[in-house]
Design a binder for this molecule. Sequence first.
Ligand SMILES: Cc1cc2nc3c(=O)[nH]c(=O)nc-3n(C[C@H](O)[C@H](O)[C@H](O)COP(=O)(O)OP(=O)(O)OC[C@H]3O[C@@H](n4cnc5c(N)ncnc54)[C@H](O)[C@@H]3O)c2cc1C
Length: 306
Amino acid sequence: MNPQIPHVDVVVIGTGPAGLQAAIHAARRKVSVLVLGRQSGSSIYHHHVENYCCLFPTTGEDILANGRRQAAHFGAVFRDEEVLSIAADDGRFRLRLEGGGEVVAKAIVLATGTARRSLGVEGEKRLLGRGVSYCVECDCNFFRGAEVAVVGGGSAAVHGALAMLDYARKVHLVFETLETAPALAEELRRSAVVQHPGRRVTAILGEEAVEAIQLDDGARLSVQGVFIELGARGVLELAAPLGVLLDDEMKHIQTNRRMETNVPGIYAAGDITGPPWQVAKAVGEGCVAGLEAAAYARRLAAPEGA
Ligand SMILES: Cc1cc2nc3c(=O)[nH]c(=O)nc-3n(C[C@H](O)[C@H](O)[C@H](O)COP(=O)(O)OP(=O)(O)OC[C@H]3O[C@@H](n4cnc5c(N)ncnc54)[C@H](O)[C@@H]3O)c2cc1C
């Protein structure tokens, strides 16, 4: 281990709700905590939140600003830098940062969230929040009695389409190929969801709000809502090279109830561990991960037999 490189007990990667809560709980256990990442990269940063307990109404920006102040109050140090890679190093972890620096940690909390893939079609950005959504769980209630489309063929999209049946008058599922477990595919087949297999969305249409979607075969579906559920493209490049176990779809990190991964010293919390993608879940997992990571770092620091 190079003594020139700064050493900390716990590095939290990600400054979203999961990372902030992990930092708060770890820092209160009197270990050194470094939090890496840009707050503006959190998927809640630009959004209103109306289903997070005890804060109603609130915004993502407020939650994040408060969380950062709180974590800093308890001693966590923030660096607005991204992590490029992590390597195991003599029982510790060496992180390479985008600014060229390095840092060594005893324990790591991975809280990098997931990037929801966009369709990249006309109307998608313009109508975001006006009928276009990336989160069924968050926005389902706004589409009571409406006709909606869910786009995507993975488990997230199928789950989303089935869940929307409780809210919407009619639910379409548009996908190129169905990539989901057989039991879920069967549930879909038996449901009232109208399937459009082998189809792509080429445009989202509407002036002030979504009015329709255009498919690649020329069909036009009159809908008031479009949920883009193309699955998560997590920042798993950091985890996989360390041998961290991912789920079957290679999208999320597997943890136990203590938020431990299969690699001792590596914990994960929030969207990166899979759905539901919600602030409340991220915060709960962050709490557990922060406590466990701090305990791990303290065990490493303790003399043999202590
Ligand atoms: C449109 C939309 C609306 C939503 N509305 C709601 C809602 O109303 N209620 C609700 O509960 N949830 C909502 N969500 C979901 C919510 O945003 C997420 O569940 C929550 O933000 C997850 O927290 P997280 O900490 O796991 O990840 P994030 O908040 O996404 O944070 C990830 C962090 O990791 C950082 N990061 C990523 N890669 C690296 C790297 N290599 N190095 C360093 N840092 C990195 C990012 O910059 C960011 O700081 C919504 C999501 C979207 C997209």
